[in-house]
Each structure stands twice: as structure tokens, then as C-alpha cells.
Ligand binder design. Sequence first.
Ligand SMILES: [Zn+2]
Length: 508
Amino acid sequence: MSSEERRAAIYLRISQDRENTRLGVDRHREDAEALIAARRWISAGIYEDNDLSGKGHKKRPAFERLLEDIGAGLIDVVVAQEWPRLERNRIDGVRIIEAAQRGHVLLTFAKGSDIDCTTAAGRLSADMFSAIARNEIEVKAERQSRAQRQRAEQGRPPKGVRPLGYASNGDVIKDEAEAVERIYIAFSSGASLRAIAAALSGGEGKDLPKMPNLPRHNRTLMIERNARRSEEDLEPRLVPTDSPWVSSTVLGILRNPRYAGYSTYTPKEVLTNGDRRRSWRAQILRDEHGEPVLGRWDRIVSLDVWEAVQDRLDDPARITNRAGTDRKHLGSGLYRCGVCDKPVKAQGLRYRCEGHVLRSRAQIDDFVVETVRRRLQLPDLYDLLPSADEPRMREIKGEIDDRRARLHRAQRDYDDELIEGLDLKRIRDRENAAIDTLEVDRLRLSLGMAHNSVLEARDPLTAFDGGDLAIRRQTIEILCEVHLLPHPRGIKVFNPDSLTVTWRQPTT
Ligand SMILES: [Zn+2]
């Protein structure tokens, strides 16, 4: 066969190329056509794939067609810009080499020399090209991940898709951040992932804190991407109509360490090891002492809330009692006997003051909770708080919570074998010492007065509903005094007159 009769196919691939992709490919085609003309080959058509249209490992239809046409004996030469354009991955590289060998096809490149796959020497050089290309890809990936790690070490927000609540530069987006906060509160107070997803989609969940109605985050991102595209005079991409939120998105939000201010970095091994619980925690970047690196952005949820949510996600059956009270019932030691004014005790399913009252716990608690919930919806709650140096108190509490969360997390990291026993001990000693000092400060400041996160919350009712037993008890204690009166014998129906709730007056 003379060279003039060779049928040459052009293979083009549009790939991730930030600046003007289309221009690049047009240039590649011109180069290939010039090569074909110079060698006096006959054009056998253009095979063009667009890697941008489908992410991940989607097949290249034109590449597949090219292989078929080589197999059918329709092609003698394949012209491409350079080997990586043709190969893309090791498997495809081997496939094209084998097809070229079987079909006695010459692979030729505008940038680079020919590979004549009809000879052993040609096959060897094709293999070498393939190995070199692979190595380049790996080196590039390594460089990228080093750069990402460096970003994370500096506490800068990771590049890539922005999470709900944060702009790409790490700034808080207020209404989204509020949604994130509510998602955490709802989950902490017992809502299921599915119920939260439904509430975000506008559904009315029973017992669910009110949720802002947001478009799905993916959709928001697509709309933002289109805005950027139109700035660059690019065609907008199609944005699908809004669909309901799904549980997995809610889970991703609850798991994201960035909301607690942790700087994250995800090494490849972590993504592939399959243990999802571990992998979320392992995304938190640690310094050489095993200490997590904090990001320079504002956290949306506190460390202790984040850690508590992880606990619940890891083990939904676990009951956390993070405020550290040993009381198991809402009213024991808190409600008082209407006869002698002593605190009542829990006994079985009842509250009891010996010889005076014996009342159904469930009935009393339900009534008290409902009464308090109604009070929480009224204004002037803040005035009920004991007047201490509030900003400093808040600061101390935040610091103690943080340190407790760190202790907790260190233990978890140790359990997960992310840090050594020595690290755990050092963290424990340091945090406990700091907490002791802070507790003394707090005691001195408060003079025995309480600090209450429900009454200070933007939405006290939601905070109360989401609060644990200790915080609920404390809230009741600040708001009112509950006295239980003896219940008439033989009457099963609950009578609201059989207890008194006395509201405390504002201190100022
Ligand atoms: Zn009594």
C-alpha cells in the first residue's frame, strides 16, 4: 500500500482546559489536517469526544467508534495532538495499542513522533508513552494535593464546591448558615434525616423545628455557575427544576467538619477506605502533635454541638447527656412538694414526697413542659437571666465547651487510632487543667447564678425542644417554681389545678 492511499482518522478530545477549550480543539484539528495534507493521506473523518459533558469515567463514544472502525479495517492512520489526548487512561491506552497492532495502524501525533504498532519496537514505544503519560498524571495529582494540603494547613477554605452556608472564600452566607444551624438543632433534638429533608423542602413535620425553605444546594450551585458563565459570555447550562431535599444531603451537612471550624483535607486513601464514619473524622487536618487545625472561617455550629451530632450519627441508640447531670428525670429535686416545700424525688413512674404527694411523672412533666414552652414564646425572657458579666460568662462557657469537645474528640481520635496514647494523655492533661481554671472563673463570676443557653437563644423554643435534660431542668428552674399538690384519690384524669407553676419575676 502506498502512503498516498492511507486513510487517516483525526481523533480530538475536549478536556478540562480552563481557558477557551473550543479554541484549543480547533487548533488541534488544524494541526492534524495539515499533517494529513503534508503526508498526502486521505481523510477518514473526525472523531471528537467531549470530556466536559460527562464527569467521571464516562465512556468516550467517539473513541469507542474509532476502535470499532479500526477493527473493521476502515482506518490506516490515527492522527491526534499528543499521546495523552488519545490515551486518557492506562486501559484505553492498552486498548488502542492492541487495536492498532491488530489493524496494522499507524498512530501519529502532531506533537511527537509516530508509533507504528505493526512492529514490536512500535509497541514498546507505545507502552513507554503510556507509562510516561501515567506518571505525568500522577505527578500532577500529587502536586495538586500538596497545594490543597498547604491551603488547609494555613486554614484557608478548600477549593472547589462551596458548602451550604459558606461562600467560596469562606465568608458566612447568613440565611444558609441559619439553615445549617437549624439542621443541627433539629437533628440534636431527635429529628430524623428524612424529616429534616422534608422540612427543608417545605413539608410540615410534626415536632420539627421550623426550617427555612431552601432550594436544593446543588441547584443553587448550578445557578451560580451559570451566572459566572454568562459573565464569561458562555452559554448557560440547563438547570433542572427544583426537587425535594434528600437525606444524604442532610447527612453530608451534619458530617461536615468545616461547620465546626475544622480545617479539612482529604487524602485519597481516606476516600477509598470505605469506612464512612472514620473517613469524615479523618478529613480533619491535624498538625504534627495530632491537634486539629482550625480554619480561618467562622464556625456555624459550636464544637460541642458538632461532636454530639457525630455521636448520634455514629450510634443513634446512644443517649448523650453532655451537661453531666446525674438526674434522670425532669422534675426530681426540682419540683417541690405543695405541702412541705421540700423537693420531690422520683420513684418508679411517679414523683413522691413521702406522706404528702405521689404523682404520675409523665402527666406532670407533660404539663410543665407545655407550660414552659408557652412561656418561651413570650418576650422579655432575657430579663429573667441572672445579671452577671454576661459577655465574659458567655466567653467562658464557649471556651469550656470547646475544651470539653476537644477532650471528647481526642478520645474518639484515639479510639479510631488517629492519634497515639501519648497525644491523648497530653491533650487530656492540658484541657482538664484549663477547664478547671475556667470553672473557677465562672464560679467567681456567676456567684452561684445560672447561665442558660435556652433563654439566650435566638429561638428559645427550638433551643428548649432541642436541649437535653440538664438544660431543660435549668430553664424550668430559672423560669418558675413548680409545686405538686396531693392528687384526689381514685381520679385518673389529670387536673391542672393539682399543681402550681409560679413564674419568677425579672431581676431588673
Ligand atoms: Zn412534702
